[in-house]
Design a protein around this ligand. Structure first.
Ligand code: ZN
Length: 144
């Protein structure tokens, strides 16, 4: 993938990560799910993951087609927050900062493209209300 039109924001709909051990377990759970779906992915499907400790985890990384948003995987990156199984899960300020860092880095590499939410193109609640609001605010700032 030499061009990227933007990045989709997702949540794992899994455990809320509070430390590195949680994160590793949560990332393994996502990878196992992706490898064992009825139509399995070749590997962990997201470009990057980020968590409430403000840590960014590299998945497929920059420039590699993902498996995260049906119809958009060859021209969009995918950033996944580790959490969201419950509406009680809230992204921390550190998680929002990590997402902002990823969005800025995407813009630096590929141009000032906007973030999108999984729920923009699929009938899903992913990535949840707080991250959806963050994406709306981020895009509004970039358009002004
Ligand atoms: Zn999603």
């Amino acid at each position: 993938m030499t061009e990227s039109q933007g990045a989709f924001v997702h949540c794992s709909a899994g455990r809320l990560v509070e430390d590195e051990e949680d994160a590793i377990a949560a990332l393994r759970a996502v990878k196992n799910w992706h490898l064992n779906k009825p139509r399995p992915f070749r590997d962990f499907g997201y470009s990057f993951a980020f968590d409430n400790t403000a840590t960014i985890w590299e998945g497929r990384g920059w420039g590699v087609a993902g498996a995260h948003t049906r119809g958009y995987n060859t021209h969009f990156h995918g950033f996944m927050w580790l959490g969201g199984a419950s509406l009680d899960h809230k992204p921390s300020q550190g998680a929002l900062d990590a997402l902002g860092f990823l969005a800025e880095e995407h813009a630096r590499r590929y141009g000032p493209d906007l973030l999108r939410c999984h729920n923009d193109v699929a009938r899903k609640s992913c990535p949840g209300p707080e991250l959806t609001a963050f994406v709306r605010d981020w895009n509004a700032l970039k358009l002004t």
